[in-house]
Design a binder for this molecule. Sequence first.
Ligand code: ARG
Length: 283
Amino acid sequence: MRRPLVRALTRPLALAAAAMAIPLVSASPAASDGVVVGGFPVDVSVSPWTVALSSRDRFGGMRSGQFCGGVVVGPATVLTAAHCMAKEVLGSPRVTDLTVVAGRTDLYSDVGREIPVGEVWVNPAYDSSSNSGDFAVLKLTEALPQSSVIGMAAAGDPAYTPGTEATVYGWGDTTGIGSYAHTLRAARLHVLPDSHCEAAYPGPAEGTYEAETMVCAGEVRGGRDACQGDSGGPLVAQGRLIGLVSWGSGCGRPTSPGVYTRVSDLMRVLRWDTGSRESNETA
Ligand code: ARG
């Protein structure tokens, strides 16, 4: 990592908010047919790089304090969405019990590991009005096994080609109206041409799609999508990470695909060396 990590603020926060990560785009209530909407249950062992971000202080203990997703891209390195670290989500000062939950399919259980987050680095180029550059890097205080690490798809990787099958994972809303899952779910989608999201999100009202920093994915007929609470979690194609759940209008609507943080752009910003995945584990 060439850029300084910003240490998470460390003052207590009394508020126990039930609020989930907020939708970034003002959207009328979504009607969807239920991940992740339109998804299916999966065991976390099939996607060990999918982790839950949690703060019991802020979100309560019921669902292990889950409020966003994350992705293990190095033994002690987790990616999530920048907006998951926003003060509207984590309070100001930021919660002190930010934790990554790994290996826990069912958030009602205590299976797996809870690892405190040591440092939080939010992409300084993240723009909360356009949602561009929506990623943050979390450094864990303990390492996960290498078998939990997923590789990232660099620029030019065929996994970004429109039409490619992709899968999104998360514990988020399964209906679009606030029914949060307690077991991990996945939905099979396709990478869509940038033109779909450019048409769906041409400007400020519904958000602005930016092909350089975002990936468009979903189903043309709708039905399958990420949703609130899935943010920061993985979009995987051909076994590689191509996106992080970022935003959308409603969930699973036919003309409003999901928008994901483009992982190849994030690698560029982080100057991530594809040849040695561990280069960011030190320094
Ligand atoms: N912003 C949401 C979150 O914080 C993710 C929304 C994704 N929406 C979608 N339709 N794909 O969890």
